[in-house]
Structures are given as structure tokens and as C-alpha cells.
Design a protein around this ligand. Structure first.
Ligand code: ATP
Length: 236
């Protein structure tokens, strides 16, 4: 097991947002987390990546407890999140944003190889490497956020809503790229509103409702599940 989340409780002030989440990810998988707005998907990812601290529960990554580590240490363990809302540094160039993603890197040759790989995955970023990130289109900023996360050579990549606000053609492209990233050996946890596309891509999925996991299954089974179809796949 690469990632093991056990009985995770998280509070914002006095209000508990996660009420005991259990979630497992095997090496090589794409696992998706589905749920309505406010279900706690982002909170789950932010807690795994160390940006929020649980009030109860544990997170183990490759046999190590990471819930006690500060976020920058979690990054050094090769667990990286690409945040929602394409939080790129808008006054820095594409190249400079990518460099920041490699802040833990010790081997310049490896950084160069990774950069080359990211430019193959996203040729658009290569064309625009000197452009200020704030002037990129929404889709390009999303590519940059993912590229920046990949600069850390993560073993596991947490993606929060990579298709948010993108035109359908770009949604398809982003999902294809996520498949390619996974084929290259990166385990992926994917939070998505676009449930159908996410389940087609993923091996397994979890469904969250108001701070709890209410269903977990193989992606094919979730795609065929009547209550999932009704709630998340537009019925039918
Ligand atoms: P969405 O799909 O809308 O992003 P989500 O499933 O990612 O939703 P979260 O953002 O994790 O849900 O929110 C879970 C709950 O925690 C919600 O009730 C939300 O209002 C609350 N919450 C999130 N962030 C904060 C915060 N900084 N302070 C207080 N409450 C918060």
C-alpha cells in the first residue's frame, strides 16, 4: 500500500469537516474522489499533503507516518499536490514557476530531464516558457500547475479539479495527459466534478458526502451503480 489514510478527522476552528475518512491507494493506481460541493474532497487532499493537520487519525505514505510532518517535508517524501484554482505565481514566468516546483531537488541533471519530460507532456508550456504565468489562459495555467507539481518527481500526485473551467476539448487533453503521467509510473489521486471522465480514467473511486466516504468500488462498478449515476452522472 502506498498511501493509507486512517480515520481522518479535520476541523476548521470548532467545525469538523471530515468525520473519519479511510482511504487507500496502491502504487500505480489512479484513484478518484467524487462528491458534491462542500463534501470535503479538497480538505482531504490538503490534509494528505500536510497543509492542514488532522484532529484525529493517521496518514501513512510508503510505510511512514506523514500526518505529523510539515508540508515541505511531505513534498520531500515525493508526495505532491497540484492545487485547485491553478494557483500559479502570476508575476513569474512559466520557467520560473516550474523551477519553484523543483525546490527540493538536489540533482540538476535530473531537474533538466524532468523539465524536458514536462515540455513533452505540455508543448504549450515550452512555447510559452518566458511568458508571465498570469497572462496564460485558464487551460495553460492548469497545465503549468500540474507541470510544477511534476517537477518534484512525485511518486504520488494529488490533483484537485484539473478540468475546472476548461473547454471540453481541453478537458479531454488534460485527462489524456493524466493517463500518460500515470503510465510513466506516477500514482494519481484525482478529485473531480467531472465524475464520468474521472471514473473512465481511474481504476477505483471513493464517493464522499458531507465529510464521510459513503461508497468505494472499482471505477467500472461505480460507473454502473444506479445511485452514482443518479447523483453524479446526470442520471440515465
Ligand atoms: P468543492 O467541490 O466545492 O471544492 P469540496 O468537496 O472540495 O468542495 P471542501 O472544500 O473540502 O469541499 O469543504 C468541506 C467543508 O469544509 C465545507 O463545508 C466547507 O465550507 C468547509 N471549509 C472548507 N474550507 C474552509 C475554511 N478555510 N474555513 C472554514 N470552513 C471551511
Amino acid at each position: 500500500m502506498l498511501l493509507d489514510v486512517k480515520n481522518l478527522h479535520v476541523k476548521y476552528g470548532t467545525v469538523e469537516a471530515l468525520h473519519g475518512i479511510n482511504l487507500q491507494v496502491e502504487e500505480g493506481e489512479i484513484v478518484t474522489i467524487l462528491g458534491a460541493n462542500g463534501a470535503g474532497k479538497s480538505t482531504t487532499l490538503m490534509t494528505i499533503s500536510g497543509l492542514l493537520k488532522p484532529s484525529e487519525g493517521e496518514i501513512w505514505f510508503d510505510g511512514k507516518p506523514i500526518h505529523t510532518m510539515p508540508a515541505h517535508k511531505v513534498v520531500e517524501e515525493k508526495l505532491t499536490q497540484s492545487p485547485e484554482g491553478r494557483r500559479v505565481f502570476s508575476t513569474l514566468t512559466v520557467q520560473e514557476n516550474l523551477n519553484l516546483g523543483a525546490f527540493t531537488a538536489k540533482n540538476p541533471k535530473r531537474v533538466e530531464e524532468t523539465r524536458r519530460w514536462i515540455f513533452e507532456l505540455f508543448p504549450r508550456l515550452k512555447e510559452r516558457k518566458s511568458q508571465l504565468a498570469g497572462t496564460l489562459s485558464g487551460g495553460e495555467q492548469q497545465m503549468l500547475a500540474i507541470g510544477r507539481a511534476l517537477m518534484n518527481n512525485p511518486r504520488i500526485l494529488l490533483l484537485d479539479e484539473p478540468s475546472l473551467g476548461l473547454a471540453p476539448i481541453l478537458v479531454k487533453a488534460i485527462f489524456e495527459t493524466v493517463a500518460e503521467i500515470n503510465k510513466s509510473g506516477v500514482t494519481v489521486v484525482l478529485v473531480e466534478q467531472n465524475a464520468k471522465a474521472a471514473l473512465k480514467l481511474a481504476h477505483r473511486g471513493y464517493v464522499m458526502e458531507v465529510g464521510r466516504i459513503v461508497l468505494e468500488d472499482d471505477a467500472d462498478a461505480l460507473l454502473a451503480n444506479p445511485s452514482v449515476r443518479e447523483a453524479y452522472l446526470g442520471g440515465g
